[in-house]
Design a binder for this molecule. Sequence first.
Ligand code: PLP
Length: 363
Amino acid sequence: MEFMDLHIREEELRREIEEVFRRTLESARYVGGPFIEGFEREFARWVGVRRAVSVGSGTQALKYCLWALGIGKGDEVITTPLTFVATAEVIVSLGAKPVFVDVNPRTFQIDEEKIEDAITPRTRAILPVHLFGAPAEMDSIVEIARSHRLWVVEDAAQAHGALYKGKRVGSIGYCGAFSFYPTKNLSAMGEAGAITTDWDELAEKVILIKNHGQDRPYHSLFPGENGRMDAIQAGVLLKKLPYIDRWNRRRQEIARIYRRELLPLVQLQEVGEGCESVYHLFVVLHPSRDALQQKLASLGIPTRVYYPVPLHLQKAFSYLGYRRGDLPVAERLSREILALPIGPWMEDEEVYRVVEGLKRALN
Ligand SMILES: Cc1ncc(COP(=O)(O)O)c(C=O)c1O
């Protein structure tokens, strides 16, 4: 069994992707063009927003959201320490300062009850991450942001299609950032990302940023970057988009089996009231996580650790001055969380093999 299997299994989809390659070869449209336009239109519709702007990666999507909102030197952005490094890295790359708020011990999402204590006169935005495919507690986050006049940028890199009270993530804050890295629920065949928003002005600003600040060829309004998505990746994503709901439903089915079988034995991530996770990852908590992982490996069950070091204790952010013990929930979770295999490629037999393996390992 593999932890992740990224092969495309659907014959029809393989043929459609081969057709994307062939059309790209024949048209020689490598940048911009109909695949980009088509994917941006369809992805916006699927998320439930007016605009989607394709970019080169999820990291660029996050960075350009913050950049377009004017966040920069001297500003503070509140986020979670239990995430992939990109979430905080982009704040630093704009000259701003990440402020980490501890996570909720049941949902593992940024703890909305601790956000207000972290707000200072320099705070400009809250950047929640919809962790492991489950939505963060958006109503409270949006309410806090509103009362303190802060932006909300959603890191939706792990949660394509997750529902928060009937709305898809990426449609709740001022803008959302998605990654289509190959391991994600909706993935390209390489690097790709997108921002989603209902706000035309923000979308237009991101289009300028990702295109060297140019409003027409060789006329720059400000120094931007090259942050465009390859046309061929947009073609792949456009062909995969009709499959994502089915793939997410399969993840949810597997998660139901895991939950039913494992809930009496180990602590699991709770999904908020009125929310639906798309189970990018399925994680269990165990106080002797490393020993459990080794035992499972000896039984042929591959697992992974997300994330072994919370961001406030990473060397990259040591200059911020956080100490061990500052964010105790995230610190404990990073010692206890173990991700089990999950994905649309898994057969029921494999799911039950993981369940049985975990039961044996726990005995
Ligand atoms: C939560 C989160 N944010 C941001 C990113 C960055 O996305 P990318 O790898 O496409 O730059 C990722 C994934 O890699 C992620 O998991």
